[in-house]
Design a protein around this ligand. Structure first.
Ligand SMILES: [Zn+2]
Length: 193
């Protein structure tokens, strides 16, 4: 790394720091994920609302999504400030690899309902609602482990009243994860993760 690159990096982290609310600044500057096995792939700051959950809002739900995009395209959308959309996590179909794009303390824009955005962690799964081949065992297992971790850390019951479909959010205009998502298997995996 040359001197110019170092300076640019220092300027970038200084400006990132300046944008953050003081109480969470130290934690938020850390370039690591909240969920230890996730890879930190940050969304554009234009695509979520900075917050300090769970003190600002309680975290009561996990909202399950299917992307209708590839894993790579989904991460690209979340990085694009024009898209105005994000989720906390994206799980890859082929191997269940997890990317974190928004800090859990912050409010991702995924549910299409402001209150539910404030109360939830959004998890996107790579695939399409009508292509069940994308819903691999690896994706179910690794997503369930992530959801179990979220539930444990915020005291969320591991049931269908609290681990909900995007389509179940009041006012939702999306149908994901759709009728081919195996909820019985998923909830069982969450409870035995
Ligand atoms: Zn969705």
């Amino acid at each position: 790394m040359d001197r110019r690159t170092l300076l640019r990096g220092a300027a970038a982290s200084a400006s990132a720091h300046a944008l953050l609310p003081a109480p969470g600044a130290r934690a938020a500057v850390r370039a690591t994920a909240d969920y230890p096995s996730a890879k930190w792939v940050p969304a554009s700051s234009a695509n979520f609302t900075a917050s300090s959950r769970p003190s600002s809002y309680p975290v009561r739900y996990v909202v399950v999504h299917v992307t209708q995009e590839t894993y790579a395209d989904t991460l690209g959308i979340f990085r694009n400030p024009a898209k105005r959309v994000s989720a906390h996590y994206v799980v890859r179909s082929s191997d269940g690899h997890v990317a974190q794009c928004v800090r859990e303390r912050d409010i991702a824009w995924h549910a299409g309902n402001w209150n539910y955005n404030t109360w939830s962690i959004g998890i996107e799964h790579e695939g399409w609602v009508d292509r069940p081949a994308y819903f691999t065992h690896a994706m179910y297992v690794r997503s369930a482990a992530l959801t179990a971790s979220v539930c444990d850390r915020y005291g969320i019951p591991k049931d269908r009243a609290h681990i909900i479909a995007h389509s179940e959010v009041p006012g939702a205009t999306h149908s994901d994860p759709g009728p081919l998502w195996d909820w019985v298997r998923y909830i069982r995996l969450v409870n035995f993760a």
